[in-house]
Design a protein around this ligand. Sequence first.
Ligand SMILES: Nc1ncnc2c1ncn2[C@@H]1O[C@H](COP(=O)(O)OP(=O)(O)OP(=O)(O)O)[C@@H](O)[C@H]1O
Ligand SMILES: [Ca+2]
Length: 586
Amino acid sequence: MANLSEDNGEETPLQVRLNGVATFIGMVGLSVAGVVLGVLAIRYFTGHTKNPDGTVQFRAGTTGLKQGFMGAIRILTIAVTIVVVAVPEGLPLAVTLTLAYSMRKMMRDKALVRRLSSCETMGSATTICSDKTGTLTLNKMTVVEAHFIGTRLDPCDDVRAISSSSAALLIEGIAQNTTGTVFLPEDGGAADVTGSPTEKAILSWGLKIGMDFNDVRSKSSVLHVFPFNSEKKRGGVAVQSDTGVHIHWKGAAELVLSSCKSWLSLDGSVQPMDAQKRNVYKKSIEDMAKSSLRCVAFAYCQCDIEKIPKEDIADWKLPEEDLTLLGIVGIKDPCRPGVRNAVQLCKNAGVKVRMVTGDNIETAKAIALECGILDANGVISEPFVIEGKAFREMSEIARGEIADKITVMGRSSPNDKLLLVQALKRKGHVVAVTGDGTNDAPALHEADIGLAMGMSGTEVAKESSDIIILDDDFTSVVKVVRWGRSVYANIQKFIQFQLTVNVAALVINVIAAVSSGDVPLNAVELLWVNLIMDTLGALALATEPPTDNLMKRQPVGRRHGATCDQYYVEKLVCPGHLPNSNPSYL
Ligand SMILES: Nc1ncnc2c1ncn2[C@@H]1O[C@H](COP(=O)(O)OP(=O)(O)OP(=O)(O)O)[C@@H](O)[C@H]1O
Ligand SMILES: [Ca+2]
């Protein structure tokens, strides 16, 4: 957590630009007012101004101090009027109005905005780092393939070929090493399985292979639990029964496999895991992953009762090496239906979608191909597709160099997500991150826009987010981008409206002041005009709905100037230096 950045009140890209606009307008207003003040003062004090009756207004030595002072005050009032003309008073109103309006509308698109300014930041996002599970996929998991005791079960719940003692061992692991529960209605209806989607899939499969959840759990007692976490990607439990103490592990297949020294064979005997057998298992994991399945392996080991600490059992570190592999299951989690289109929409809008997932790199690759994040004809190798570990071990500079290219990151720990966000931000990206887990919080916090998942997300993730996606769907994330861009466009339209009016009024007032020594409308009158015009203008322009055109432009990003001041200035100063976004609204 040491590298978790503090909330330093960082300004959003739009705020930065608006500050730029304000400074620019302030400078212009003040300089023009200064020039007018100078011109009027010189004209007055050198006796070039006349009263309506034709007498000279100021004659050095003759005009009284009081009269001269009044004249000076009048000139000052004119200068102040010019500053008033220049300042776009309606801007804060328009910004707040458009943000509040969009926020209400976004609620209908299943996005709950927690920080108002994040709507607009989302509009300038250049990249989205998305979770896989639940966001791009449905989070509805089912076991569709199982490798058990060295053989592939076909269908995946047919365990007739397996000795009952081996099956009992696996079932003990499934029933005890879980955070889910199975509830069997008394009237004999379908079992009700609860837990995380992965757990649910495994427990449902367990029921199919003959697990009696309550019975198995009553036969042994749990001594100690090591809960599953995304960092280690495995969870374990120590259970004691008549047959001794068993440590059951369940987790990311290739990681559990690498801790296995043996495997349980068909006849129930323990065989050493030689290189050939290991390769067979590796190959089956790879094959399952390539067909976009999430692989979970089950392994166990016996433990001598003497080795169990008597007192500090809570601190007991479960033995996690020298395990015996029981089996591997492949879990299918289909892609969400609209995701491919949504990803394409992002591509058209110049927003790069990256997938950062805790899953196997091959599974990640397969899903990325399915939803169009990776292009089947493009390069699908490092550094475009990278493992979290490889990225983590690079130097900060190297990470910065490849961050831009990374499209899919597999087997990532939550901290890798944070590292990627930091690297991308250093590269000048405006980064949106989706996350659900408690340990996604640092990345959500670090991102320019943190999007937490409303359904599968933990409270901690939601607390650290700026926007909550209520239906967990990637399509809704893209809708947020659309609204964000509309906020941006609306504010731009308002600035243009203001600047046009203000520049015209400024020119008229300057000409009038310099030529006649007076302005057509005084400061108070001008403020009244502004009040009516700005309010109505803001209402009309701030509530314009987004158009499809918005998603065809390149993102604004952090660096390019796209607000009006820069537009006008750049157009005047260096026409070739415009952002490549097509400012069709101008
Ligand atoms: N409850 C579980 N018990 C054991 N292993 C699990 C469990 N849930 C997931 N795994 C394993 O851990 C891996 C990834 O877990 P992790 O929680 O880091 O990713 P995730 O957050 O589910 O995925 P994503 O980042 O795409 O949302 C999976 O590939 C799976 O093999
Ligand atoms: Ca996750």
